[in-house]
Design a binder for this molecule. Structure first.
Ligand code: NAD
Length: 493
């Protein structure tokens, strides 16, 4: 695909300058400017929602057969795959992530469109069992205009997880990408437009969350919000949605436990724990950021883990040997450093990392090294607050009840890792831990066919899986009277 002019945004099917100010996307590997991009105004939100409403109500879209709509989604998947290298390069420049990760995210987005297309073609409606002389059925219909609000940590994949099922369901989508990662969402819009999605069904409106995101959430013609981001924002959106009686799905933060059992395969556990917390430079909602190790093997295990963490290769996302890339932005790097400083102030001991890198190779970038802390109890702030960076806190535990009590002593409940050879223990613990996803002898693996979401402050609702499209629909019941006679109640009048 050709170079893109990011100063233009996608409002109701039209590429044009937004009503908001131009912003700069900064490459966190070296502080250089990647591109200047346009942002939306509240008037643009009005225009995008109005165009979305018209497009969603158009009989050509409403009446399109599932297989015709599915073909469009398959074509979008193929177009994303064809553009995967360019998407990856753009996203690496914009976010600092490694090219391996950004390419995987692009391929994941392509796979999401294809899975949703296949799902759409195989969905059935139900006849329900009648209680009288009626034929009764339950149908699913589109909601209308869906607002999708996404975070910066895996932009194209989270955009696809919302856009694909919402379009499959027959809706229009107004997407508000995160402030730090708007470029790849604008690129996705260009791909989708080129494939031939009818005009007005997709808008991409970069801009400030508190202004543009909020205007989308509160708009009277937006019938559902699908949000991925922080818990504070999610709670704010849920309150606004309650006032409108609007459904929301919320994929929020986490502080996930990763648990070593006494019989674990140590090499497998160490590799999985490192990947689970330090890949994506820890900027992952499901990062296994609280490590629980049995007290008798704590020192030895954590010693080995620390040696491996300290040896991880730090570098730019464009270097194929890099394991730990820069963080998404300088202010975020400084926020992570602030969390670590606060942890030290509350008594944590640093086992590795914990300070900005002195090597001049890293001076121009938003780098932060893999950091392991210990010496605090699970009620410390550093164990309770989501840091969203490459920071792991190691905690010892006694028996299984102590472990479960500590692991569940968190406002969050997004994910959990279990490292054990004993399937009975794995199953028992998997059922006892508060989490939407539990990985056993693996971590951070995803499948679009497996539902994903959190419990407690980690969210509301599920994405992915066989119900992915239904989440963007509303049910309607039909009763067909089969009795040729009038209803008896009114007889004799
Ligand atoms: P954030 O909550 O600050 O922002 C997320 C999105 O919401 C952005 O597009 C932002 O502009 C928008 N926004 C901000 N204020 C808003 C408002 N008042 N109204 C409407 N929209 C608003 O989160 P972030 O810093 O971009 O992302 C990191 C967070 O996302 C972490 O907490 C992480 O755990 C979470 N996350 C969760 C998942 C999941 O699936 N559970 C996945 C990725 C990230």
């Amino acid at each position: 695909m050709a170079q893109q002019d990011f100063s233009r945004i996608f409002v109701g099917g039209i590429w044009r300058p937004g009503g908001g100010p131009l912003e700069l996307s900064i490459n966190p590997a070296d502080g250089s400017v990647v591109a200047e991009f346009g942002t939306a105004s509240v008037a643009d939100v009005e225009e995008a929602v109005a165009a979305g409403k018209r497009a969603a109500n158009d009989p050509a879209w409403r009446g399109m057969t599932p297989q015709a709509r599915a073909r469009l989604l398959y074509r979008i998947g193929d177009a994303i795959e064809s553009d995967a290298d360019a998407i990856a390069a753009l996203q690496t420049a914009d976010t600092g992530k490694t090219l391996a990760e950004t390419r995987a995210l692009a391929m994941s987005a392509a796979g999401t469109f294809r899975y949703i297309a296949a799902l759409l073609e195989t969905m059935d409606e139900a006849l329900t069992s009648p209680r009288g002389n009626c034929l009764t059925m339950s149908l699913h219909e589109p909601i209308g205009v869906v607002g999708a609000i996404t975070p910066w940590n895996s932009p194209i994949a989270s955009d696809a997880q919302k856009i694909a099922p919402a379009l499959a369901a027959g809706n229009a989508v107004v997407l508000k990408p995160a402030e730090w990662t708007s470029l790849v969402s604008l690129r996705l819009a260009a791909i989708i437009e080129r494939v031939g999605l009818p005009s007005g069904l997709l808008s991409v409106l970069p801009g400030a969350g508190a202004v543009i995101g909020d205007a989308i959430v509160r708009h009277r013609d937006v019938g559902k919000i699908s949000f991925t981001g922080g818990t504070v924002t999610g709670r704010h959106i849920a309150a606004a949605a309650a006032a409108k009686l609007m459904p929301v799905s919320l994929e929020l933060g986490g502080k996930s436990p990763t648990i070593v059992l006494p019989d674990a395969d140590i090499d497998q556990a160490i590799a999985g724990i490192l990947f689970g917390v330090f890949s994506s430079t820890g900027q992952s909602c499901i990062a296994g950021s609280r490590l629980f190790v049995p007290a008798p093997i704590f020192s030895e295990f954590v010693g080995k883990l620390t040696a491996r963490a300290a040896a991880l290769r730090i570098g730019p996302g464009t270097d194929p040997s890099t394991q730990v890339a820069p963080m998404v932005a300088f202010p975020h790097r400084d926020k992570v450093a602030g969390h670590v400083a606060a942890g030290i102030a509350e008594g944590a001991e640093i086992l590795c990392g914990g300070a900005l890198l002195a090597d001049t190779r890293y001076a121009a970038g938003a780098y932060y090294p893999p950091t392991i802390l210990t010496g605090v109890t699970n009620d410390a702030n550093i164990c309770q607050q989501e840091i969203f960076g490459p920071v792991l806190v190691a905690l010892p535990y006694g028996d299984e009840d102590d472990l479960v009590a500590q692991a569940n002593d968190s406002v969050y409940g997004l994910a959990c890792g279990l490292w054990t050879r004993d399937y009975r223990t794995a199953y028992r613990l998997a059922r006892r831990i508060d989490a939407g996803t539990v990985w056993i002898n693996t971590y951070k693996q995803f499948s679009i066919s497996t539902p994903f979401g959190g419990v407690k402050d980690s969210g509301l609702g599920r994405e992915k899986g066989r119900d992915a499209i239904r989440n963007y629909m509303q049910q309607k019941s039909l009763y067909w009277g089969l009795d040729p006679q009038p209803l008896p109640w009114a007889s004799g009048i």
